[in-house]
Design a protein around this ligand. Structure first.
Ligand code: AMP
Ligand code: MG
Length: 316
């Protein structure tokens, strides 16, 4: 299959309506989209990404008022969260409607719903005129793609098209909040921080802190994730990193001996660090580097999401 590269959201949407797979940019990372109501197209996503079949897909919509086309209901907390943070980098887990096939939700009775705020994504989703199931547009286990070139590297020849547009803004995947229970639970940290969520839903808790084992979990969080081929190690300061041509460093403080590393990224702030992390991992892999030292940041706000991704990459 030849993968088309296009900047025309209508051309990309026409492919989705014909049951094809299309990668598209969002404010978080690039998604690999298919018609969420077409089980065969959705199965194509799992095959193409080599994604475990028990890991459900997030359904993307153009507008907040379309949520009830895929969700059976919007509990009060979910309604408040949607009003405040959508469109944006937030995914809400809601009771699903029967129209959404098992292939999309991995057989769960819930559905993950997101309304991106990225202009190209919005135009594309609007033109699709169907809900679009989309995980990150990478081969499973690899760092999520934050550029169309990264999508091309992983999926060229395996999908119908790559839509490009404005660059991604956040660089980390969406915050996932389960809003089906009495208390909402953060299943995955993201750019919509715990602190921000608590402004509208004060009792929101982190899945890691939910003390009863009945607390819902995202099936995806148990799989190996976000990892480059290089080994990832956490350090408090650049001076704690071992140097050498096979070593890389990314963080907020500049190493005294930059030239002693194979690659270095010094980021202005936590937002810049988040935006660069996955691109940095991929660049290190392309150069065959062996160890990536990542500087720790305080685990608050966006820093919580950044530390979550770095820790998972290190565990891989
Ligand atoms: P990805 O799109 O690859 O960034 O992954 C989507 C994340 O959302 C994974 O961690 C999924 O397990 C999670 N997710 C999607 N739908 C649901 C759902 N219905 N219930 C719980 N988690 C979900
Ligand atoms: Mg993913």
């Amino acid at each position: 299959m030849k993968t088309a590269l296009t900047d025309d959201p209508n051309e990309a949407a026409a492919l989705v309506r014909r049951g094809k797979l299309v990668a598209f940019p969002t404010e978080t990372v690039f998604g690999l989209g298919a018609d969420a109501l077409n089980a065969e197209a959705v199965r194509g996503i799992f095959a193409t990404k080599e994604r475990p079949a028990d890991n459900p897909l997030i359904v993307h919509l153009a507008r907040v008022n379309q949520i009830e086309s895929v969700a059976a209901r919007l509990p009060p907390a979910a309604r408040r969260l949607a009003k405040r943070f959508m469109p944006g980098p937030l995914t809400l887990i809601l009771p699903r409607r029967a129209e959404v096939p098992d292939a999309t939700t991995a057989g769960l009775s819930t559905v993950g719903v997101r309304v991106p705020r990225h202009p190209t994504a919005s135009t594309f989703l609007d033109a699709c005129n169907v809900p679009v199931a989309a995980p990150s547009a990478n081969v499973s286990g690899r760092p999520s793609p934050t550029t169309w070139q990264a999508v091309q590297r992983d999926l060229d020849g395996r999908i119908a098209a790559i839509l490009h547009g404005e660059p991604v803004e956040v660089g980390l995947e969406s915050t996932v909040v389960d809003a089906t229970g009495e208390r909402s639970v953060v299943l995955r940290a993201g750019a919509v921080s715990l602190e921000a969520l608590r402004e509208v839903a004060p009792d929101v808790q982190l899945a890691d802190d939910a003390d009863d084992n009945e607390a819902p979990r995202s099936p995806g969080t148990k799989h190996r994730h976000y990892a480059p081929r290089a080994e990832v190690r956490l350090v408090d300061h650049p001076g704690d990193a071992a140097t050498g041509p096979g070593a890389a460093f990314i963080g907020l403080d500049a190493p005294a001996n930059k030239a002693a590393f194979g690659r270095v990224a010094v980021c202005d702030d936590v937002g810049g660090y988040a935006q660069r992390l996955f691109r940095f991992f991929r660049a290190c892999d392309a150069e065959g580097l062996r160890v990536v030292f990542c500087q720790r940041v305080p685990p608050a706000g966006l820093g919580r999401a950044l530390m979550d991704r770095i820790r998972r990459a290190a565990a891989g």
